[in-house]
Design a protein around this ligand. Structure first.
Ligand code: NOJ
Length: 535
């Protein structure tokens, strides 16, 4: 095997297929739509695509409710379309990462339907977490679902089943060997079809402990797990240490087995990245020990303030914790579950942060549309489809804003995404965010991403670690600048609202916005902007 596998410092482009490009006019993106846009994807300078689920699904949770993990849902096409997509991606030297959802199936999966029929005590029910009600008719415990409401739903014969997410997503019982065998079959199915890796959904959730025990503060725990609920830092940390259904030791035994399966494909360098929200942060490193998975998402940048103290802490901690297991970090500013970065911290700040992150060691994930600087879509409640919105009865607006389809071309909505009515409305105000428009504007976010990714490849991939450039106020909250050097590049981010002088050598090669001036031999970095200097 190569000493530097393809995924180590790859830039990976996340595609939410339903929102990418609609090839047949039904208002929803599909696999042929993705295939038809691969030249665009390639032109961004990314190394791989990660496809959110496109498997057979009633689509109660955007396809993360899988009814048949070894087939394609008709809304997205068919298996031949998947093969064609993979082949076309490979022709362009783009790797393909599929999403695997092992924590739960859809209630429409044949196993769950069989479990309902077979009744209490059957081996069909042992594939899930079915339990009797308490004598007073209440559920087996008081856990609250991540999407709000109880974690248990009662079936006709009186038993309850566990679902950490929507009631249409029954949790699988990973103590049952049949479950592992079925997932190994699924992994091999997609690898044999050509995929190069997997993003593992809820990777930290597969093993549950104390399923029949109440939690002392279920509402507090549920709030602590929800990023849209504000909570005192210490209180949140204390609650997160008590989660009985995440990050149990047993999950690592599963990934050790999976690693052997991946490695059995030798030169294909099959990789896997874990979606694991765990606490304390050091626990995330367990998922990327040498005999487990290859990467684990670092979600800190999805919530971090645009503040030098916070960002210094996030970057430093992620690099140093991963180093303890000889792994490199991952970076993500947006995904399909969180507000888009441009809406969360501001447009200029989002560009600055992207350019700051593109210089760092490790792998970078870019959520489709992020390269255009897209904000969240503005939706009416009547447009919303996310179960998080429905189960919380309103206070959580859910994640649809980040999932509004991409604007491609033209002057009027739906901007070439579809010839039909898009599944979520695309605002007319996105006229200047289309790919077509941004290609004509050298100062667009799209050009920034393309240029930055090209420079990253040329100067930084494989360039080793970073050295922070200290200022007298380094790391303090008031510090305007955050700066590091790596290989031949010095990266300087100005987080303040005014232009700031800095003493940095080298030639300016890219800036995220505005103009870098020279004053008394010092470089002046524009407000809310990042610049790279080549020495
Ligand atoms: C994480 C996925 O990213 C999210 O979209 C989904 O709702 C949950 N896991 C449940 O599968």
């Amino acid at each position: 095997m190569n000493s530097s596998p393809w995924w180590k410092e790859a830039t990976i482009y996340q595609i939410y297929p339903r929102s990418f490009f609609d090839s047949n006019g039904d208002g929803e993106g599909d696999l042929p739509g993705v295939t038809s846009k691969l030249d665009y994807v390639k032109s961004l300078g990314v190394d791989a695509i990660w496809l959110s689920p496109f498997y057979t699904s009633p689509n109660k949770d955007g396809g993360y409710d899988v009814a048949n993990p070894r087939d394609v849902d008709p809304r997205f096409g068919n298996l031949e379309d998947a093969k064609e997509l993979i082949a076309q991606a490979h022709q362009r030297d783009l790797r393909v990462i599929a999403d695997i959802v092992p924590n739960h199936f859809s209630d429409q999966h044949v196993w769950f339907q069989a479990a309902l029929k077979a009744g209490p005590g059957s081996k069909e029910r042992e594939r899930f977490h079915f339990y009797d009600a308490h004598a007073d008719g209440t559920p087996p415990n008081n856990w609250i679902s991540i999407f709000g409401g109880p974690s248990w739903t009662q079936v006709e014969d009186g038993q309850f089943y566990l679902h950490l997410f929507d009631s249409s997503q029954p949790d699988l019982n990973w103590e049952n060997p049949e479950v592992n065998a079925d997932f190994e079959k699924t992994l091999r199915f997609w690898i044999d079809l050509g995929v190069d890796g997997f993003r593992i959904d809820v990777a930290h959730g597969l093993i549950k402990e104390d399923v029949l025990t109440n939690h002392p503060d279920p509402q507090g725990l549920s709030d602590a797990l929800r990023l849209d609920v504000a909570m005192d830092f210490e209180k949140r940390n204390a609650l997160l240490l008590t989660v009985p259904f995440f990050d149990r030791q047993g999950v690592h035994e599963i990934y050790k087995k999976w690693r052997k399966l991946f490695d059995s494909y030798g030169d294909r360098e099959i990789m896997a990245v874990a979606e694991a929200w765990v606490h304390p942060p050091v626990n995330a490193t367990r998922y990327v020990r040498a005999d487990e998975l290859h990467q684990v998402f670092n979600f800190d940048l999805l919530t971090a303030d645009f503040n030098s103290d916070v960002l210094f802490g996030v970057v430093e901690r992620s690099i140093s914790l991963n180093a303890t297991v000889n792994a490199l970090p991952t970076w993500a500013l947006s995904n399909h579950d969180s507000p888009r970065v441009a809406s969360r911290i501001g447009d200029e700040q989002a560009r600055a942060l992207a350019l700051f992150v593109f210089g760092l060691p490790g792998s970078t994930y870019v959520f489709a549309g992020q390269e255009l600087g897209l904000p969240d879509g503005q939706l009416q409640d009547s447009d919303r489809q996310d179960p998080m919105f429905f189960r919380s009865n309103g206070p959580s607006k859910g994640r649809d804003g980040a999932r509004v389809p991409l604007p491609w071309s033209g002057e009027t909505t739906p901007f070439g995404f579809s010839t039909g009515k898009p599944w979520l409305p695309i605002s007319q105000s996105w006229k200047d965010f289309t790919v077509e428009h941004e290609l004509t504007d050298p100062k667009s976010s799209l050009h920034l991403y393309k240029n930055a990714l090209e420079l990253r490849k040329e100067f930084l991939v494989g360039a080793g670690g970073i050295t922070w450039l200290e200022s007298s106020r380094h790391g303090s909250k008031e510090d305007a600048l955050l700066s590091y050097s790596r290989g031949p590049i010095t990266v300087v981010m100005n987080l303040s609202d005014s232009a700031e002088e800095c003493d940095v050598a080298g030639k300016l090669i890219i800036v995220s916005g505005g103009t870098v001036d020279v004053r008394d031999g010092k470089k002046v970095i524009p407000a809310r902007s990042t610049a790279w200097f080549l020495t």
